[in-house]
Write a protein that binds this ligand. Structure first.
Ligand code: ADP
Ligand code: MG
Length: 382
């Protein structure tokens, strides 16, 4: 058979967008109760008051972001009383950036780059809320990232106390958090004693049937009939369950189909999936590592090197002793960095003793691969 590099005349995708990360799904099942809880938090704002705050908690890929965005989209279409603002804390990591985002949503453009203090940004926000008589709801998506930076308390506090400086301005916070060990409410209590009493809305991991249901919906919309057999879907469901993250499944389906296209086949076979898995594993790792700060990356690298050197389990205290950094970070910062690596699923932290400070640290990827990616120079520019 003649091999062709580009086969523009033959695609197995009806619509490849369906598998992109930011695609808003037509069908969104299994989250009715969480959507209902969110709607309940919003009701006071529809009646002219301020919304109640909420923390959406669940592992990555459990539908937190999608749920909030769906509710926000509905608000935008149905009411002028509420101004929903979505902030992705992966991009906006400082107080100034968060408030610039809110400013942009209200004013229509970002604050001029230079010379505008955070005070005047807040003035503009508070003033506009007073004039427009709108109730603000800010979603801090992946709020744990602000927490690791020590800015979450400050941000939440400033939002919930807006009305003190701007009477009549009303704001609430929906935070999403994927770090299950993080006790936000108690960590925030020093900042925001009375105003922040969020409801906890829990997003459990999807089970195998739910993952299959979600992937099946996408396959039906995104691919031509007959491309993805039930048996092949079962293989993907199995592999998705290992990570528990639906995103992994969506990405695997897309890659497997691209592989089949490349091989000029019209149906995905086992080999396409195996290859997709190998490709996806390291891309996911590289993307996650790229999002780390330099210190966090050094720590991860150290953990990988130590896992190569020794065969028994690694304990946190031993890692702390071996981190070569000048100046050396304190143990609290170190623990926080470890928790971040855990929440990003780069390592597993296993508490050895209830209430104790020592944990076992297990790397979730091959140490060689981690060292290689961490050590790559210019990783940030890639
Ligand atoms: N119940 C669901 N139905 C359809 N797609 C879903 C569902 N839950 C999650 N997804 C999809 O899985 C991916 C991850 O969901 P997301 O809301 O970003 O999770 P989280 O914010 O909890 O990490 C997104 O592409 C989303 O469209
Ligand atoms: Mg999310």
């Amino acid at each position: 058979m003649r091999t062709r590099l580009l086969m523009s005349d033959q695609t197995l995708f009806r619509s490849i967008d369906v598998f992109e990360i930011d695609y808003a799904p037509e069908f969104f099942n299994y989250r009715e109760s969480q959507l209902k809880d969110l709607a309940y938090q919003i009701r006071p704002a529809l009646e002219g008051g301020r919304a109640l705050s909420a923390i959406c908690r669940g592992l990555p890929g459990t539908g937190k972001t999608t749920s909030v965005l769906r509710i926000f989209a509905e608000l935008e279409q149905t009411t002028k009383k509420i101004l929903p603002v979505y902030v992705n804390c992966q991009n906006d990591r400082t107080k100034y950036m968060v408030f610039s985002r809110i400013y942009a949503a209200i004013v229509g453009h970002a604050p001029a780059r230079t010379g505008i203090s955070i005070r005047s940004v807040m003035d503009a926000i508070g003033g506009a809320l007073q004039r427009q008589e709108k109730s603000l709801i800010v979603c801090l998506d992946d709020a744990n990232l602000l927490h690791y930076n020590n800015t979450l308390g400050d941000v939440v506090n400033s939002l919930l106390r807006l009305h003190q400086d701007y009477p009549g301005a009303r704001a609430a916070v929906f935070a999403t958090v994927s770090d299950m060990n993080l006790d936000l409410a108690s960590d925030l209590s020093k900042w925001v004693l009375s105003p922040f009493r969020p409801s906890d809305i829990y997003f459990p991991p999807y089970d195998a049937d739910e993952i299959r249901g979600i992937l099946q919906d996408r396959i039906r919309i995104g691919l031509y009939p007959g491309v993805f057999s039930v048996q092949m879907l079962d293989r993907i469901v199995e592999q998705t369950m290992e990570s528990g993250d639906v995103r992994v499944g969506l990405d695997l389906v897309k890659r497997a189909v691209l592989n089949a296209e490349c091989a000029a086949r019209t149906e995905v076979i086992e080999e396409d999936i195996t290859k997709a898995y190998e490709q996806a594993k390291h891309i996911h790792l590289a993307c996650t590592i790229r999002a780390l700060s330099t210190d966090e990356r050094l720590l991860l690298q150290r953990i990988a090197e130590l896992s190569q050197e020794q065969s028994g389990p690694l304990v946190s205290g031993a890692i702390y002793g071996r981190v070569e950094e000048t100046p050396k970070v304190g143990y609290t910062v170190f623990s926080r960095q470890l928790r971040k690596l855990d929440s990003l699923r780069l390592v597993d932290l296993i508490r050895v003793q209830a209430g104790g400070r020592t944990s076992e640290v297990a790397l979730r990827y091959e140490p060689e691969k981690v060292v290689q990616i961490c050590g790559k120079r210019g990783i940030a520019e890639e």
